[in-house]
Design a protein around this ligand. Structure first.
Ligand code: ADP
Length: 275
């Protein structure tokens, strides 16, 4: 170990020390095609981790494995293990609804329910049996945390579709927050938004990281650099049969990945020479 490595291991270890979610030898096949393989990652508590890499390298596939969203894709076959606080989430005893309450998800395109702003937020807590007497407080708290309260507090009964795209995405974040998750997965949450709405979501992510663990897929490297503490770089190189299986190239602090990456492929990507 060099002096620099030693110094870094004390201050900012390359891999998260406390591993809220630990991924070991993860691979996913679609109709037998190995889309992504050999992924080993440990995500830290109350950190923002970014998954980056060229299109098709398996970022969204890996993200979906973290709360078993791939269960909804019949052709997807998951190998390896994903542990949440040490418990294999693919184990027989796992309650998938409860898992997704603890590990929520926000998608690329805002997808509010065709209901009022209030009912969008109250939906999850109602499903999990929360008493309606507390509901107003829960709704307000979630909207405040998602930096949306001031914009919607006088029109909570309006349909969610009356909001702008950026507001709808913050509403979806509030909806995820309302069930008190520990982890929020975000799959390119800003790709459908304009730069101002994107900046608001990025600011919000920084605030949310005080309370939640966030794992974000982004094709926007600047965004990964701005918001995340740790970055995982993936790529997919064709094998001798021409198949492109996504693999994790490097996982480290965002500062290291963008400032002094260990792998030449990471460097080529972040400097725009590839992908
Ligand atoms: P990324 O998020 O990095 O763009 P994806 O995880 O979406 O990559 O895709 C990784 C690979 O898996 C790609 O080759 C893609 O075509 C394939 N893939 C993703 N979803 C499916 C699916 N539902 N059925 C078949 N192949 C899929």
């Amino acid at each position: 170990m060099t002096e620099l490595d030693h110094h870094r291991s004390l201050e900012t270890p390359a891999t998260a020390p406390d591993g809220v979610i630990t991924v070991q030898n993860l691979g996913v096949r679609y109709h037998g095609f190995l889309a992504v393989a050999d992924v080993n990652l440990r995500f830290g508590s109350k950190e923002i981790s970014a998954l980056i890499g060229p299109s098709g390298c398996g970022k969204s596939t890996v993200l979906r494995c973290l709360n078993r969203m791939n269960d909804l894709i019949p052709e997807a076959q998951v190998e390896g293990t994903v542990a949440y606080h040490g418990v294999d989430i693919y184990g027989a005893q796992v309650d998938v609804i409860e898992l997704r309450r603890r590990i929520g998800m926000v998608f690329q395109k805002p997808n509010p329910f065709p209901k009022s702003i209030y009912d969008n937020i109250a939906y999850g807590p109602r499903v999990t049996g929360m008493k309606s007497s507390n509901m107003d407080d829960v709704v307000e708290e979630a909207l405040r945390r998602a930096a949306l309260w001031d914009e919607v507090k006088d029109k909570l009964k309006n349909n969610a579709f009356s909001l702008s795209g950026g507001q709808q995405q913050r509403l979806c974040i509030a909806r995820a927050i309302a069930t008190s998750p520990e982890v929020i997965l975000m799959d390119e949450p800003c790709s459908a938004l304009d730069p101002i709405a994107t900046a608001k979501i990025e600011d919000l992510m920084n605030d949310l990281a005080d309370h939640f663990t966030i794992i974000i897929v982004t094709h926007n490297m600047q965004q990964a650099g701005r918001v995340s503490q740790r970055t995982a770089f993936f790529t997919a190189e064709a094998d001798e049969h021409g198949d492109r299986t996504g693999r994790l190239v490097e996982y480290d602090t965002t500062e290291k990945i963008f400032g002094n990456p260990s792998d030449t492929r990471t460097e080529a990507y972040i400097t725009g020479k590839f992908g």
